[in-house]
Design a protein around this ligand. Structure first.
Ligand SMILES: O=C(CO)[C@@H](O)[C@H](O)COP(=O)(O)O
Ligand SMILES: [Co+2]
Length: 210
C-alpha cells in the first residue's frame, strides 16, 4: 500500500489551517511539513510555533522534513509542536547516529534524507536504526521543480539493502514520476505543486490509482 504525503509548502499560507483540514479530508495519509532555515537551503518557511498552530486541524501523521543545519538543536521543539515523524538531512548534522538516537528517544519515528548528489552509502550504517529514508528527487528548497531521474537508481539501491524500510520520495512527483518510483521500490510519496494546483481529492486519487 502506498501513502501520499501532500506538502503544505504549496498550500495557501494565508489560510493554512483550512488548507490542512481540506487536504486531510481529500485523503492525505501524511501532512508533509517542510521546515527551511535559509541556511541549509536558500529559502525560509516556518518553525514549531506554526506547526503547533495547525496540529489540531488534522489527525493525520505530521511528517516534519527538517531542512535546517544542526537539526539536533530543535528536535524537542518539533516534538512538542506535534511531529509524528522527524526527518533530518545527512548533510546537515555532524553526528547523524546521535541525532537519530535523540529522535527515537522522543518516542517518534526517525527519517533520514539524502540530497540528489548524496550517495546511498552515506546512510548505509544507520539504516537499521531508522524508520524511513527520504530520497530527495529535486534539490531541496523549493516546490515545483523537475524530478531528477538518478533518484530512481538510489531508491532501487536502498530497497536492495532493506525490504521493509519506508522509502519516501520528495520532489517533482506527479502521475508519471510516481509510477517509476513505485517500480523502483518506494512506498511514500510527497507531492506539493501537483496536488495543490488542482482539485485535492482528484489529484490524491490520481496518485493512488497508478
Ligand atoms: O522538501 C521539499 C522541497 O525542498 C518538498 O517537500 C517540496 O514541497 C515538494 O514540492 P513539489 O516538487 O512536489 O512541488
Ligand atoms: Co519535503
Amino acid at each position: 500500500m502506498i501513502k501520499i504525503a501532500p506538502s503544505i509548502l504549496s498550500a495557501d499560507f494565508s489560510k493554512l489551517g483550512e488548507e490542512v483540514i481540506q487536504i486531510s479530508k481529500a485523503g492525505a495519509d501524511y501532512i508533509h511539513i517542510d521546515v527551511m532555515d535559509g541556511n541549509f537551503v536558500p529559502n525560509i518557511t516556518f518553525g514549531p510555533a506554526v506547526i503547533k498552530s495547525i496540529r489540531d486541524k488534522s489527525d493525520k501523521i505530521f511528517d516534519v522534513h527538517l531542512m535546517i543545519d544542526a537539526p539536533e538543536r530543535y528536535l524537542q521543539n518539533f516534538y512538542d509542536a506535534g511531529a509524528d515523524i522527524i526527518t533530518v538531512h545527512v548533510e546537515a548534522t555532524k553526528h547523524l547516529h546521535r541525532t537519530i538516537q535523540m529522535i527515537k528517544s522522543l518516542g517518534i519515528k526517525a527519517g533520514v534524507s539524502i540530497n540528489p548528489a548524496t550517495p546511498v552509502e552515506m546512510i548505509k550504517y544507520v539504516l537499521s536504526e531508522i524508520d524511513m529514508v527520504l530520497v530527495m528527487s529535486v534539490n531541496p528548497g523549493f516546490g515545483g521543480q523537475k524530478f531528477i531521474n538518478s533518484s530512481l537508481e538510489k531508491i532501487k539501491e536502498i530497497r536492495t539493502l532493506s525490504k521493509t524500510i519506508d522509502i519516501q520520495v520528495d520532489g517533482g512527483i506527479n502521475k508519471d514520476t510516481i509510477k517509476q518510483c513505485i517500480s523502483a521500490g518506494a512506498n511514500i510519496f510527497v507531492a506539493g505543486s501537483y496536488i495543490f494546483s488542482g482539485d485535492y481529492k482528484e489529484r490524491i486519487n490520481s496518485l493512488k490509482e497508478v
